[in-house]
Ligand binder design. Structure first.
Ligand code: SF4
Length: 356
C-alpha cells in the first residue's frame, strides 16, 4: 500500500533511518546535525541516521541495482530515495580550506553555514541543552569564524555547480550587544553582491531592536527562535533564552514582520521537551497571528549534546499537531509558499509545510 509522502516524512523525522554506509553527514553541529538529506515524493527530509534511537527504527535505506536507493519499512519497499549532490563541497579555497568546512548544502538547494561557530553560553550552565554548536568545531569539521570573502566564494561555486537557490546563515551568540548580527550582515552583503541569492539570517533578539532594520538591504528573511512557549521547559532546556522576557521576543517578531513582511519571519518551535500540545498549538497561533511562520520540529537529540539520550516525540503526536496548526495557517494566511529563503523554504527539518 502506498504511504502518503507527508506521513513518511513525519515517521522519518521522528524515528530516523538506518543508512549505514550511505551516510556522509557530519557527526555534530548546529542545525541538521547527525542526519542525511533524503529526497522523495517531491519533498525533502533531514533524517536522523546516527542517534541512538535510529537502531530501533523500522526504516532502512538500501541500494538497488542500477545505482538506485530505496527506503524500506521492515522488508517492504516503500519508495525510491535520492540524495542531493554537492559538487562545491569537494573544492578548496586558495589557502587550502575545504569548502565543506565553510558551508554545506542543506535540503535540496539551500546553502547553510554557521558564521560564528562559538557561543558565549557554551561553557556555562546557560547553554541550550539541544545544541551542539562547538562540537563540530572541536571535531575539526568546520572553522570558528567564517569571513565574508570565504562565504562569497563558496556561495558562488554552490550557485554555479549545484544550482543553490537560497542561503541560511546562523550564528552562535557573541558577547557584543549586536548578538553577532553585524557579522551576519557583513557576510550577507558579500554573498548578495557576489551571487544575488536570497538570504535568511537567524539570531537572538538584540536588546536594541533597531539593529534588525540594518539587515533589510541584504537579508530577505529572518529567524528568531522562541523554541518553547512553556517557560518552565525553556528555563530548563535553554536557560539563556528564558532570561529574555517573552514580550521582547514578541516585539522582535513584530518589528521583523514590519521590515521583512508576512511569512518572511520564522521561529523554531520544538516538540518533545516536556511541553503540552496546547502550548505548541497556542504558541503557533500567536506566531501566525503576528505573521510569523511557526517552524515546528520534533526534538532532535544530537549525539554529543546534553539531550543526546532523549527520544523524539512520536510520529502520531507530530501529525496531530501539524494537522491542527495547518488549519491555523490557512486561517491567518501565513504560508511556507510565500517564504523566500532559509529553513521555511528548505523545509527539510519540519513537515508542517507538507501538511499545509
Ligand atoms: S530546514 Fe534549515 S536547518 Fe533544516 S536542513 Fe533546511 S536549512 Fe538546514
Amino acid at each position: 500500500m502506498a504511504m502518503e509522502t507527508k506521513n513518511l516524512k513525519v515517521d522519518l523525522l521522528c524515528l530516523g533511518a538506518r543508512a549505514s554506509g550511505l551516510d556522509k553527514g557530519r557527526k555534530a553541529g548546529a542545525g541538521p546535525a547527525a542526519g542525511g538529506m533524503f529526497l522523495f515524493g517531491g519533498t525533502v527530509v533531514n533524517v536522523p541516521t546516527q542517534s541512538w534511537f535510529v537502531a530501533q527504527s523500522p526504516y532502512t535505506v538500501e541500494a538497488e541495482d542500477g545505482g538506485r536507493y530505496v527506503i524500506k519499512r521492515e522488508d517492504e519497499r516503500i519508495t525510491e530515495v535520492k540524495f542531493p549532490q554537492a559538487k562545491f563541497q569537494e573544492l578548496k579555497t586558495k589557502e587550502g580550506i575545504p569548502y565543506y568546512k565553510i558551508a554545506l548544502l542543506h535540503g535540496a538547494n539551500c546553502l547553510a553555514t554557521t558564521t560564528i561557530q562559538t557561543c558565549i553560553y557554551w561553557n556555562t550552565a546557560k547553554r541550550c541543552k539541544f545544541c551542539a554548536i562547538e562540537l563540530s568545531l572541536k571535531s575539526g569539521a568546520t572553522i570558528a569564524k567564517k569571513t565574508p570573502e570565504q562565504l562569497a566564494e563558496v556561495a558562488l561555486a554552490a550557485q554555479k555547480l549545484d544550482h543553490v537557490k537560497h542561503v541560511t546563515l546562523t550564528t552562535g551568540t557573541t558577547s557584543t550587544p549586536d548578538n553577532g548580527i553585524d557579522h551576519l550582515l557583513e557576510i550577507a552583503s558579500a554573498i548578495k553582491e557576489a551571487t544575488g541569492l536570497l538570504i535568511h539570517a537567524q539570531f537572538e533578539p538584540p536588546k536594541d531592536l533597531r539593529i534588525i532594520d540594518r539587515l533589510s538591504d541584504s537579508v530577505d528573511t529572518v529567524g528568531i527562535h522562541g523554541e518553547s512557549f512553556d517557560r518552565e521547559v525553556l528555563k530548563y532546556v535553554a536557560p539563556c533564552k528564558a532570561e529574555i522576557p517573552f514580550q521582547h521576543y514578541v516585539d522582535a517578531w513584530k518589528r521583523s514582520v514590519d521590515v521583512f513582511g508576512d511569512s518572511q519571519v520564522s521561529s523554531y518551535v520544538i516538540v518533545g521537551l516536556g511541553e503540552s500540545d496546547e502550548s505548541i498549538i497556542n504558541g503557533s497561533k500567536l506566531l501566525a497571528e503576528l505573521g510569523v511562520y511557526p517552524f515546528i520540529v520534533p526534538l532532535r537529540p544530537i549525539p554529543g549534546s546534553l539531550l543526546e539520550k532523549e527520544k523524539p516525540p512520536s510520529p502520531d503526536r507530530m501529525r496531530n499537531i501539524y494537522e491542527q496548526v495547518a488549519v491555523i495557517l490557512r486561517d491567518t494566511g501565513v504560508s511556507q509558499k510565500k517564504n523566500k529563503a532559509g529553513c521555511v523554504r528548505c523545509r527539510a527539518c519540519s513537515a508542517l509545510p507538507d501538511f499545509e
